[in-house]
Design a protein around this ligand. Structure first.
Ligand SMILES: O=P(O)(O)OP(=O)(O)OP(=O)(O)OC[C@H]1O[C@@H](n2cnc3c(O)ncnc32)[C@H](O)[C@@H]1O
Ligand SMILES: [Mg+2]
Length: 197
């Protein structure tokens, strides 16, 4: 089995990647396995900048090919917020507090006007290799309240109209089939067919 190294310290994100890469025959390795003490500051102002920054930092440290994902939720009624700052929306990286803040900021916004999308930029970097980025999105609506216990982050308040279920009510495999992360990985396979098989 070949390993794929992901520059992440988010266990939920790592699970998403396991569901996507497992069927392709890859074992997912994260920073918890290869660089637990390394902190990468996300100083970029776009998903792409941060994805590149994370992939290149870990690739340089390890001397191997590394994938990173910078992602977030863009809510139309909030002019695209929380966007790149999704992880830190309520201050600390606290999924629960982030959802509470988002629901509060959307109070009074009626159904039909609560459209949003998850965005994901994946960067792949490594020695003797030009850093490459791909994007994926997933359209949905912010529900009035939380439902479901799967996934991570904003999944319990993200309604997927095509499946009539919350993202947090999907298995990791079901989520991967429609998610921003899954769509980005499918683009990555198309873009670099010799690297990701
Ligand atoms: O940087 P790493 O270590 O990978 O982990 P992170 O959680 O900080 O990841 P990001 O910087 O990319 O921030 C993404 C945030 O956007 C949200 N998010 C991204 N993808 C999501 C998904 O599939 N489901 C729910 N929320 C998601 C969630 O709040 C994440 O913390
Ligand atoms: Mg982060």
């Amino acid at each position: 089995m070949t390993q794929v190294v992901i520059a992440t310290k988010n266990k939920g994100k790592a699970k998403d990647f396991e569901a996507l890469f497992g069927p392709l025959g890859y074992e997912v390795v994260t920073m918890f396995d290869v660089a637990p003490d390394m902190e990468i500051e996300e100083t970029g102002i776009t998903f792409e900048e941060n994805a590149v920054l994370k992939a290149e930092a870990l690739a340089n440290a390890l001397g191997t090919i590394v994938i990173a994902d910078d992602s977030g939720l863009a809510v139309d009624a909030l002019n695209g917020e929380p966007g790149v700052y999704s992880a830190r929306y309520a201050g600390d990286h606290d999924d629960e507090a982030n959802m509470v803040k988002l629901l509060a900021n959307l109070q009074g916004v009626e159904d039909g006007k609560r459209t949003a999308r998850f965005c994901c930029c994946i960067a792949i970097a490594g020695p003797n290799f030009e850093t490459t980025t791909v994007f994926g999105t997933c359209e949905g609506e912010i529900a009035q309240e939380k439902r479901g216990t799967n996934g991570f982050g904003y999944d319990p308040i993200f309604f997927v109209p095509s499946l009539k279920r919350m993202m947090a009510e999907l298995t990791a495999e079901e989520k991967g089939a429609i998610s921003h992360r899954g769509n980005a990985i499918r683009k990555l396979k198309e873009t670099l067919p010799n690297l990701i098989k």
